[in-house]
Design a protein around this ligand. Structure first.
Ligand code: 9YT
Length: 126
């Protein structure tokens, strides 16, 4: 069994910080679980273009507020504590932080290696 704490993971190279979000990757490919698990903060009043062409992701909002817009149809969905969004179609989207930072729990399949940040198209390489 593996046991980790968010506090320890945040104080290691598992924490990745960008301009609009930061993410602590608590469980990664090297753990051989078939998925990765991250605690991510989406900063307030930001917009991030994301398109996980190589990954499926589910995102559960634990606190804060924001919204997600799917670019294929222009639909906007509010996000608040208790909202789960599931990118089951590799949906290209804009993720917007609202008036407060959003704390999210994210699962990726296939798992991330750990160091990925989005490229210019909002994509993570495999
Ligand atoms: C919710 C989302 O996709 N945020 C971007 C960061 C991502 N969760 C990650 O790399 O940990």
């Amino acid at each position: 069994m593996i046991v980790r704490t968010l506090k320890d993971a945040e104080n290691s190279d598992r924490r990745v910080v960008t301009k609009t979000w930061e993410s602590t990757r608590m469980l990664l490919k090297e753990d051989n679980m078939g998925f990765s698990f991250h605690i991510t903060t989406i900063y307030a009043n930001t917009e991030t273009h994301i398109w996980y062409q190589n990954h499926l992701e589910s995102v559960y909002c634990m606190s804060g507020n924001g919204e997600i817009e799917t670019l294929a149809d222009g639909k906007v969905y509010p996000i608040e504590a208790g909202t789960l969004y599931i990118l089951d179609k590799h949906d290209e989207h804009l993720l917007r932080g609202g008036s407060e930072d959003m704390k999210m729990a994210c699962v990726f399949n296939p798992p991330l290696n750990g160091k990925e940040v989005h490229d210019e198209n909002g994509v993570y390489p495999l």
